[in-house]
Design a protein around this ligand. Structure first.
Ligand code: CAA
Length: 380
C-alpha cells in the first residue's frame, strides 16, 4: 500500500513547528543573516520544545522522531531560515553516528548528556585535503594505553565554534586508507580542543562554520564507535540517513520562494495589471510548484526507506541532489519574478538564493550524489 498522508500526530508536529517558525524565526532571519550572530536563543527554545536532537531515541531523552518526521521538521525550519535550520540540524548529523553505531552505554552517556542539557554538537569529517574524498582523512588517533591521542585540524565544520559534543573521523591506520578510519566522540571539556577560523559565508550566515583544532586530545577508548577501521562505513551510513532531511530543508527554502513569488506577482502592477496575469510569470510559478511537490515526495520516499531499515544510498542521494538543485533554480527564478526589487536586501528572495547555494555543496556535493547514483545503477 502507498500512503502519502501524514498521521494526525505528524500533522500536529508540522503545525507546532510551522507556528514556531512564523513567530520566532521569520521575523529575525534577515537580522541573523546580516549580523552572523549565532541563533542561541532560537536553538534554546527548540531544545525546550524537545525538537533539538529530534532523532535521538526517546529512551535517551531525545525526540524519537523517524527520518520521515525529521523531514517534516526540516522543511518547516528551512522555510523559515536555512542558516538557522542548518545550525539546528547539525546536532542531528553529529549524533547520527552514535544512533547508528553506539552501544547502549555510549548512547546513554553521550545522547543522554546532549538531550538533558542544552548544548550544540558538530560532525567533524571534512579536512582541507579531504572534502569530497572523505577517505583521504589525515587527522589521526594514536593508541596510548587505554586512551587515544588525537591530533589534527578539521575545516568547514557546522557548529564547529559553538559545539560541546563532536563526532570526529580520524585515521587510526594510514596504510589502510578508508579501512583505517575510525570514529570517536569527544566533548568540549577535553583539553586540547579549540576552534580556529570562523568562515564568512555567502549565505546561511546564521550557522557557524568553523575550523576545529585537536592538539594532543586524550580520548578514552570507550569513546570509539564500533571498531577501529569502521569510521568510513559509519560516515557513509550517517550521510545516507541525513541526506533526505537536507533535501527536505531545500524543499522548505523552495516552498518559501514559491510562496513569496506568488504573493508578489499578485501585488505588483505593471502595464496596468498584476504581473501574475502574464503567462511568462505563471509558467515560472507552475514550474516551481511541480518541482516542490516532486522533491518532497523524493525526500519522503528516501526517509521512509530508511525508517523501514532498507539500504537507500541511491534514493538518499537522489533526494538531496534533486531537492537542492530545484531549490537553487526556484530561488533564482524568484529573484527574477521580483525583478530589480528581488536583487535588493529589502525583500526576502535574494537571501533565499544565497542560502540555497550551500545546499548543493554540503553533506556531499551534488556531483558526489550523482556519483553515488551512477554507482548504484552500474554496479548494483
Ligand atoms: N553504507 C555503507 N557502506 C558504504 C556506503 C554506504 N552508504 N558507501 C560506501 N560504503 C562502503 C563500501 O561498501 C566500501 O566498503 P569495502 O571497502 O568494505 O568494500 C567502502 O565503503 C568504500 O566505498 P566506495 O569505494 O564507494 O568509496 P569511494 O571512496 O569510491 O566513494 C564517496 C565514496 C561516495 C565519494 C564518499 O567519499 C562521499 O560520500 N564523499 C562525500 C563526503 C561528504 O558527504 N562530505 C560532507 C561532509 S559533512 C557536511 O557537509 C555537514 C555539514 O557540515 C553541514
Amino acid at each position: 500500500m502507498v500512503d502519502f498522508a501524514l498521521t494526525e500526530e505528524q500533522k500536529e508536529l508540522q503545525r507546532v513547528v510551522r507556528q514556531f517558525v512564523e513567530k520566532e524565526i521569520i521575523p529575525v532571519a534577515a537580522e541573523y543573516d546580516r549580523t552572523e550572530d549565532y541563533p542561541w536563543d532560537i536553538a534554546r527554545k527548540v531544545f525546550d520544545l524537545g525538537l533539538l536532537n529530534a532523532e535521538a531515541p526517546e529512551e535517551f531523552g531525545g525526540g524519537g522522531l523517524s527520518t520521515l518526521e525529521s523531514c517534516v521538521l526540516a522543511e518547516e525550519f528551512g522555510f523559515g531560515c536555512a542558516g538557522i535550520a542548518t545550525a539546528l540540524f547539525a546536532n542531528d548529523l553529529a549524533i547520527m553516528p552514535i544512533i547508528i553505531a553506539g552501544t547502549e552505554e555510549q548512547k546513554k552517556k553521550h545522547l543522554g548528556a546532549l538531550c538533558s542539557e542544552f548544548q550544540m554538537a558538530a560532525f567533524c569529517l571534512t579536512e582541507p585535503e579531504a572534502g569530497s574524498d572523505a577517505s583521504g582523512i589525515t587527522n589521526k588517533a594514536v593508541k596510548d594505553g587505554d586512551d587515544y591521542i588525537i591530533n589534527g585540524r578539521k575545516c568547514f565544520i557546522t557548529n564547529g565554534g559553538v559545539a560541546n559534543l563532536f563526532s570526529v573521523f580520524v585515521s587510526t591506520d594510514k596504510e589502510k586508507g578508508h579501512k583505517g578510519l575510525s570514529t570517536f566522540i569527544l566533548n568540549g571539556e577535553m583539553p586540547g580542543i579549540s576552534k580556529g577560523k570562523r568562515e564568512d559565508k555567502m549565505g546561511q550566515r546564521a550557522s557557524d562554520t568553523s575550523e576545529v583544532i585537536f592538539e594532543d586530545v586524550r580520548v578514552p577508548a570507550a569513546n570509539l564507535l564500533w571498531n577501529e577501521g569502521d569510521g568510513f562505513k559509519i560516515a557513509m551510513m550517517t550521510l545516507d540517513r541525513t541526506r533526505p532531511s537536507v533535501g527536505a530543508l531545500a524543499v522548505g527554502v523552495a516552498r518559501r520562494a514559491l510562496e513569496e513569488s506568488t504573493k508578489y506577482s499578485l501585488e505588483r502592477i505593471q502595464f496596468g495589471m498584476p504581473i501574475a496575469m502574464n503567462q511568462a510569470i505563471q509558467f515560472l510559478l507552475a514550474d516551481m510548484a511541480k518541482d516542490v511537490e516532486a522533491a518532497r515526495l523524493l525526500c519522503w520516499q528516501a526517509a521512509w526507506m530508511a525508517d523501514q531499515g532498507m539500504r537507500q544510498s541511491k534514493e538518499s542521494a537522489i533526494s538531496k541532489a534533486f531537492a537542492s538543485d530545484i531549490a537553487m533554480r526556484i530561488t533564482t527564478d524568484a529573484v527574477q519574478v521580483f525583478g530589480g526589487y528581488g536583487y535588493m536586501k529589502e525583500y526576502p528572495v535574494e537571501k533565499l538564493m544565497r542560502d540555497a547555494k550551500l545546499l548543493q555543496i554540503y553533506e556531499g556535493t551534488n556531483q558526489i550524489q550523482r556519483g553515488v547514483i551512477a554507482k548504484a545503477l552500474l554496479m548494483p
